[in-house]
Design a protein around this ligand. Structure first.
Ligand code: UDP
Length: 324
């Protein structure tokens, strides 16, 4: 098959491109490198089935030739990234999604929209099931991402209902692993970079807020399963790991796996930071026969090992910047 992956130089996108290529597909990776890294796909560029297109899908996109599948992952996704670029975040999830859905319609391609657990906002129901409508601040600082993704979902569903597009939506929960930018400002890269360079771990708020972390290989497997499953168009599926821990527990575990004593420094809780987040993945289990396989400890060990490698070592010191 010929497959378009937008955001293909990002963490999830690049690992997805690798999996699709290994399975014998032709992959067109589209990325404007605003938050993705070309180094994430250098290994793939020698493969004849791989094409990299440096483009912003919010603008008109020209993909020549037939397309069988479209994975639309392009978007800033870490809170510091989207807080810095709210207009681009809204654009890629609205205009970008519209452009790709048009491409899907023209090519009769199957489409997957990468949505997020952020559509549930600061949830009042726990764990979060797909039926839950969420608790989102529509004008808050995170609204560019939350509402951008909610609009992308609405647009995808409108195409399914009005145009008969074959589309599915994955709501991706917190994902970690190799290929994340050391300076993307998320919890796991920050804590690892801080621990490996002997700095205290910056815990925002009380550290009692919870998250549930899914290893990137599991996330990618869940996304591919959603695309390929024999399920009705318009299906919405949570992809994440339901093992929930507090931020402070993650911090302690990462310090221990990095082989350093636990030292933390308290920092303000960012605005609209959700208090709890954990996916209910019964639907993915039932419809896709998918559930995460990599344990938190094994995933963190792989990630720490990746951060220790020479290619990213030079970035470690500047990464995990303390907001002070
Ligand atoms: N967090 C933290 N210290 C950091 C970075 C993040 O305590 O250096 C907290 C953050 O406030 C949030 C959780 O870790 O409660 C996960 O944050 P992340 O940025 O990874 O993603 P989010 O789940 O908020 O989208």
């Amino acid at each position: 098959m010929r497959i378009v992956v937008t955001g293909g130089a990002g963490q999830i996108g690049s690992i997805l491109c690798g999996r699709l290529l290994n399975a014998g597909n032709e992959v067109v990776c589209v990325d404007n490198l605003s938050t993705g890294s070309r180094s994430n796909v250098t290994d793939l560029e020698s493969s004849s089935g791989f094409t990299f297109v440096n483009a912003d899908v919010s603008e008109a996109i020209a993909i020549d030739g037939p397309v069988d599948r479209i994975y639309h992952l392009a978007s800033p996704a870490s809170p510091p990234d989207y807080l810095r670029t709210p207009l681009a975040t809204l654009a890629v999830n609205s205009r970008g999604t519209a452009n790709l859905l048009r491409l899907a319609d023209r090519e009769h391609a199957r489409f997957v929209f990468a949505s997020t657990s952020e559509v549930y906002g600061d949830p009042e129901q726990h764990p979060q099931r797909e039926e839950y409508w969420g608790h989102v601040n529509p004008t808050g600082v995170r609204s560019c991402y939350d509402e951008g993704k909610r609009f992308g979902e609405a647009l995808t569903m409108a195409h399914v209902r009005e145009g008969g597009t074959d589309a599915r939506i994955v709501r991706i929960f917190n994902t970690f692993g190799p290929h994340s930018r050391p300076d993307d400002g998320r919890m796991v890269p920050n804590f690892i970079c801080q621990a490996l360079t002997g700095r205290p771990l910056t815990v925002y708020g009380t550290g009692n807020q919870t998250r549930s972390l899914c290893y990137v290989d599991d996330t990618v497997e869940g996304i591919i399963s959603t695309m390929e499953a024999d399920i009705p168009s318009g299906e919405v599926i949570n992809i994440g790991n339901p093992e929930e821990h507090s931020v402070i527990q993650f911090a302690q575990m990462i310090a221990q796996l990095c082989g350093v004593g636990f030292q933390s420094v308290a920092r303000d809780l960012p605005e609209d930071d959700p208090a709890r987040r954990c996916p209910d993945i019964s639907k993915a289990r039932q419809l896709l026969d998918w559930s995460p396989r990599v344990s938190l400890q094994a995933g963190l060990e792989n990630t720490i090992q990746w951060f220790r490698t020479a290619t990213v070592q030079e970035d470690l010191v500047g990464a995990g910047a303390d907001p002070g």
